[in-house]
Structures are given as structure tokens and as C-alpha cells.
Write a protein that binds this ligand. Structure first.
Ligand code: DGL
Length: 268
């Protein structure tokens, strides 16, 4: 089984793209959204690390061999520490992947002028983790980051098309536009739901990198390169959705993010 973890509903925008990949859709997936404690994006690194570790542990106990942190905040703040300090001691045969490296690889590959913008939660931007991954890909990239903490609640309230949201988006994107970035990384699970609005502000000169599609493509590569993991993943098209809070809320918002009906189970 493949576990997909997110602080809440947002990771379903990543799972949606994973399920569109023909070679991935037959695997069994269990999604865990820690909705009781979301959003993570304004919390401290220590808190985000502990909450992420607890959720990954739960997914491992449920039989996942591979867990994807489909949450930029968790990937930025907790992934390296989990991989280096926790996994080797407690679950040495299991794997955890994040969403930063796929985006960094893609950006380095497609950027024409090496001017990369990052839009993310406060914790993601403050961690500097995506900058580090981008520099590993290409040391001379010029990187400009912008935290956009108001966007997550606006998306969850369904305010995507409201003039207020467009105004706030313009406020966040203006500094990046002034830096003449040629690539914008949507480094938060909620921002793809604002894709059209972001394109409208940034214009045609900026390529907007949609995280779900890239993560799905990189997961196909990863499983091809790691047959020892791939062979342990069950196939049969099972989908389970776990939430740490109200099932009705999860099903309502989750269906929007996934683009299909979600039937959730509460784990409390
Ligand atoms: N899933 C988070 C991310 O991608 C956004 C919501 C949150 O702040 O928890 O960064």
C-alpha cells in the first residue's frame, strides 16, 4: 500500500494527479489528512515534525511500505529529519518521500533564465528547504520566495473566484512579478486550486509549475528505479481516506480537492 499524508485536504490535489497516471492507478492507496490539527503552515518546526511523524507512523502501522508527504510544509520541515534520524531506527525497510525534490528537479530542467519564484506557506518559506534543493540542482539559480498564509483558508472557504481573493493574490504575487521570474513553483497543496487566477496575474511569460503532475511523474520514475519497494506495494485499486476530525467536513472538502466523491473514515 502507498500512504499519502497531508496536514488536511490539500494532498488530495496531489493524489488526484497520481491517480491519473495509468501505471499508478492500480496500486492501493491510503490517504491520511490530519484535519484536526491543520493547517500546519504557521506552526513551529518542532510541532510540524512531531505531528508529521505521528501520522507517518500510523500509515506504516496500517501496512504502508512507502509514504509520500504530499504536503509542502511537512516535506520542507520534517522530511530530512524523518529520513535521517527516525526511519533508520524504527522502520528501516520502509520509505518516505516528499514533494520538494520533484519540483526542484523540474524547475531546474525547464527554467530558461534561471529566475525561480516560490509561493508557499510561512513554514515552507522560512525553512529554506526548497531553495536548498533548487541550488543542489543548479547552483546559479536566482530564487525569490513569498509566503502566502492567507491563501489556504480562502481556498478552504471556497473563495477562489472572489474579488477579495484576487486582490490578495495580486498582493502576494507582485514582488515575484517585479523580480521577473520565469518560473513559479506552487509550493503548497492548495494553490493548484487557484491555478487559473495565478496564471491571470503572472501572465504568459512565467511558467507555473503544477505540483501534482510533477510528483506523479517522478513517482513513476522512482518505482521503476526501486523494484525492491515496488514489489511490496499491493495492487487492486483500493482507496481509503482517513481523517483525524469530522468525516462530513472531510468528505465535502475532500471531494473538491480530489475531483471525485470521497468516503472517509475517522481515526481519533
Ligand atoms: N498542506 C499544506 C502545504 O502544502 C497547506 C496547508 C497547511 O498549512 O497545513 O503546505
Amino acid at each position: 500500500m502507498i500512504g499519502i499524508f497531508d496536514s488536511g485536504f490539500g494532498g488530495l490535489s496531489i493524489l488526484k494527479e497520481i491517480l491519473k497516471e495509468p501505471s499508478l492507478s492500480s496500486y492501493n492507496f491510503v490517504y491520511l489528512g490530519d484535519t484536526a490539527r491543520a493547517p500546519y503552515g504557521n506552526h513551529s518546526p518542532e510541532v510540524i515534525y512531531n505531528w508529521t511523524r505521528e501520522s507517518v507512523e500510523r500509515l506504516f502501522q496500517d501496512g504502508c511500505e512507502l509514504v509520500i508527504l504530499a504536503c509542502f510544509t511537512a516535506s520542507a520541515v520534517a522530511l530530512r529529519r524523518l529520513q535521517q534520524e527516525w526511519l533508520p531506527t524504527y522502520w528501516p525497510n520502509k520509505r518516505i518521500l516528499g514533494v520538494l525534490i520533484p519540483l526542484a528537479e523540474e524547475a531546474a530542467h525547464i527554467s530558461r533564465f534561471g529566475r525561480v519564484g516560490i509561493l508557499g506557506t510561512r513554514a515552507t518559506v522560512q525553512s529554506g528547504a526548497l531553495e536548498i534543493e533548487l541550488k543542489k540542482q543548479q547552483a546559479n539559480l536566482q530564487i525569490f520566495s513569498q509566503a502566502a498564509p492567507l491563501l489556504v483558508p480562502l481556498v478552504e472557504e471556497g473563495w477562489v473566484n472572489r474579488p477579495e481573493t484576487k486582490k490578495i493574490l495580486r498582493y502576494y504575487l507582485r514582488p515575484l512579478k517585479q523580480k521577473k521570474i520565469d518560473i513559479l513553483l506552487l509550493a503548497c497543496t492548495h494553490y493548484p486550486l487557484l491555478y487559473k487566477e495565478i496564471v491571470a496575474v503572472m501572465g504568459k511569460q512565467t511558467q507555473i509549475v503544477h505540483p501534482g503532475k510533477i510528483v506523479a511523474k517522478k513517482l513513476v520514475d522512482y518505482l521503476t528505479r526501486h523494484p525492491e519497494i515496488e514489489s511490496r506495494l499491493g495492487k487492486g485499486g483500493v482507496r481509503r481516506f482517513l481523517t483525524t476530525d469530522r468525516v462530513d467536513d472531510f468528505e465535502r472538502l475532500g471531494s473538491k480537492f480530489l475531483g471525485e466523491r470521497v468516503k472517509a473514515e475517522a481515526i481519533i
